[in-house]
Design a protein around this ligand. Structure first.
Ligand code: N01
Length: 513
């Protein structure tokens, strides 16, 4: 098959970022775009993660688009099914379905300097040519399963938490869960109620904070029926997360209330001192993403659940052997071992100006101006790119900021009549300096390995400041950081001066989104 599609914008990924971008294009009257999605449906991680107990640990009123806010007076924390239904609803309401190209994997994207456009090749042999390329593939979709000796010898069922094997009935079976992050925290209480035994293999304890009930109580429901209450609640969550949670990553006194709360929570739910000691992290809270769950710790105290902290030595045909020589039987192994989050855009081949390969430019860890643009890659943008994951708030809101900025870039490019625009080296340098200073103030540089960091040690994933700071920095006009690029330009044309406070534009006006 050798078809060609000619578009103004091509979006890669049909999750929150890709759908939000599609809505922004529709609202701007742009119809010439496609959303290319490797899966068979929209939803991104909310389509992929179907493990028992999968839900959101950010309240629904904040974990939604500002243009399509949840208006539930019942649900505080939505389930995976509800979020997926919400995203399908957004795609339907905004007429995005005709733009979707499902079961289509982008293999390669190359910037054609002669025409100042992007050319994409898909796994089905399709060619897509577009002015603008937007990667909206997220950070948490490449599953990680550790290469432990004997893994292939296991004769039972083994699967990753993000690729749940629903054919497996866990009732009455011996289940091993490897990992104790957010996914394990959510799935453990569900499977422990069914399985004969669950053995949880912990390498490092995570800090755990309690999560309120998933449904509102009677008084909250009554209050939420008042006019404007949803909006106010959303604003309160936005500012509350920024004020209470974002400072946790900055060491010192600001982290103390969360640290105390986590310790009180542990004490309340785990009475056995040995188990409590095993579950107490020896690193500052916020170093890894905090697990928000009220049932994880208490479930570890169940009779049929065992926490194992000896390192896994090998997998056998019917279980797991730890370093102390103990062998524990397992019918099923659940790998709740997370994602290759720092391998942004892998395994796609992305070529920019002069044939430069993005993977080579990022060999020491990915970086992008405000998580959305890379020098040398004109007219290409990322949503949820490097250092734009908000560990303390709502990521749909972060994505909306980036989308508004990308739309401003598109409008500016059209207004000045340039075939392409690119973030300037100067703007990238200034931003990098700011980013490095901001990261140095956090707990992350001194922390051990986590999905926040590249294997070479650079912190590549989380945003090191508040959501309001992100909004402020994305409030600038693109002319402050981008330069026009002509077709066949070896280098960007003379950079424009960087304005500290250029004129504002409506879409970037900070609101609680
Ligand atoms: O993955 P993780 P996750 N031997 O990377 C362990 C989001 N999320 O899927 O800490 C033994 O957090 C590893 O141990 P260690 C959320 O942002 C959101 O749970 O590296 N263990 C760790 O315990 C979250 O942060 C929701 O020492 C090994 C675990 O596996 C992100 O997704 C819900 C090991 C991996 O934890 C990822 O969460 C769920 C080995 N060889 C997830 N290798 C919401 O509600 C790794 N581990 C929005």
């Amino acid at each position: 098959m050798d078809k060609q599609l000619d578009l103004k914008v091509v979006i890669v990924g049909g999750g929150f970022g890709g759908l939000g971008m599609g809505v922004a294009l529709k609202k701007a009257g742009i119809d010439s775009f496609a959303i290319v999605e490797k899966g068979g449906d929209v939803g991104g991680v909310w389509r992929e993660n179907t493990y028992p107990g999968c839900s959101c640990d950010v309240p629904s009123h904040l974990y939604s688009f500002s243009f399509a806010p949840y208006r539930s007076a019942k649900t505080r924390y939505p389930s995976q099914e509800r979020i997926l239904a919400y995203l399908r609803g957004v795609a339907d309401t905004y007429d995005l379905l005709p733009h979707l190209r499902l079961h289509t994997t982008v293999v390669e994207a190359s910037y054609r300097e002669d025409i100042a456009r992007w050319e994409l090749t898909t796994g089905t042999g399709e060619h897509i040519v577009a002015d603008l390329l937007v990667f909206a593939v997220g950070q948490l979709h490449r599953r990680y399963v550790p290469d432990i000796p004997g893994r292939e010898d296991f004769t039972g069922a083994a699967f990753h938490s993000a690729h749940w094997d629903h054919r497996q009935n866990l009732r009455g079976r011996d289940v091993a869960v490897v990992g104790t992050g957010s996914s394990a925290g959510q799935l453990l209480p569900k499977i422990a109620a069914d399985a004969r035994t669950v053995t949880v293999y912990q390498r490092t304890p995570h800090w755990v904070l309690p999560k309120p009930a998933a449904e509102f109580g009677a008084i909250s429901r009554w209050v939420l029926r008042m006019p404007g209450a949803h909006r106010l609640y959303r604003q309160a969550l936005y500012y509350g997360a920024d004020i209470a949670l974002a400072p946790i990553v900055h060491r010192g006194w600001s982290a103390r209330p969360a640290h105390w709360l986590a310790r009180i929570h542990l004490r309340r739910h785990v009475s056995d001192p040995a188990l409590r000691a095993a579950l107490t992290p020896d690193y500052p809270i916020g170093s890894k993403r905090i697990v928000f769950d009220s049932r994880f710790h208490s479930t570890l105290g169940r009779e049929n659940v065992e926490l194992v902290t000896d390192p896994i030595a090998r997998i056998t045909r019917n279980g797991i052997e730890t370093g102390d020589g103990t062998h524990r039987r397992a019918d099923v192994i659940v790998w709740a071992t997370g994602f290759r989050a720092s391998e942004f855009l892998t395994p796609m081949t992305v070529r920019g100006r002069g044939g430069r390969l993005l993977r080579e430019q990022w060999s020491d860890g990915a970086e992008a101006f405000l998580g959305l643009a890379v020098p040398g890659f004109p007219n290409a943008f990322l949503i949820a790119g490097p250092n734009s994951f908000n560990p303390a708030g709502s990521n749909p809101g972060m994505k909306e900021r980036q989308i508004a900025y990308i739309m401003a870039c598109l409008r500016w490019r059209d207004a000045i009549g340039a075939p392409a625009i690119e973030v300037s080296g100067d703007a990238m340098r200034q931003y990098r300096q700011w980013l490095e200073r901001a990261i140095a103030k956090t707990v992350w540089p001194a922390a051990g390995a986590s999905w926040y960091k590249h294997e070479k040690g650079r912190v590549t994933n989380p945003w090191p400041a508040s959501a309001r700071t992100f909004a402020r920095m994305l409030h600038h006009h693109p002319a402050a950081a981008f330069v026009p690029v002509a077709a066949n330009d070896a280098a960007p044309v003379t950079p424009l001066p960087i304005h500290r406070h250029p004129p504002t534009h409506d879409e970037a006006t900070p609101t609680a989104s």
